[in-house]
Design a protein around this ligand. Sequence first.
Ligand SMILES: [Ca+2]
Length: 269
Amino acid sequence: MLQRLMHLFAICLACSLAQQVLAAPLLEYTVLDTAEHSTDSFIQGLVYENGLLYESSGLYSRSYLVVYKADSGEEVKRQALPSAIFAEGLSMVNKELFLLTWHKGILFRLDATTLKVKRTTRYSGEGWGLAKVGQHLIMSNGSNLLSLRDADTFNELKKIPVLENNREIDKLNELEFDGSDLWANRWQTHLIYRINPRDGKVTGKLDLSALYPLGQTHPRPDVLNGIAFVPEKNAFWVSGKKWSKRYLIQIKPRAATSGAPQENTANPP
Ligand SMILES: [Ca+2]
């Protein structure tokens, strides 16, 4: 009996070690800049274009869009959204903002300058994150299945399962594309996954637990959210729901090893 248990233990240990070896590498990063971020913002989507950050903030009766200068934080434009919607992911296609809603199944398409709604499109299921990937859009819905969509009609073209060493990575939330890789944060964690958008394979991950504003108590900071790629600096602005800061981070090219990532608090995506 003892011999059998020892054998079983050895198998479990070997499997555990194999999983660690085969897991996507933990990426290192450098903080290039730190700026103020509104603690009113239940940040969902974050998009950068030509020096401006476009941010969507969620919650019913409190959802809004805001545009501000990335360097100074100076507000350029703000638009409250209908009280019945819970704003979610945000992306930009040809000067038009695409905004998802959590449960309504409505995609809002807004003029990126005036923030006025130009038209709406329906989709099925929940809306979480959104990013422009080449000529298409990729949308998350809280599962491990990303949805590749036509950027004009918003029709689904295919589903992309996200896998890390054959393990499904679900709760994928805010998305960002940097020209070659797709980045997705996993809701309720401090992790951002680097994903090959063609096959859904995880090729690396970032643990941003060190950026969580532990010293901030009023209001209590919620989860990591919001990723916006800045091509001029080859870096990303990242922040979180009700965080008082946003951070410009640059990924270091080499991989590193580290301990297990931390989980965080629960709230809507
Ligand atoms: Ca984004």
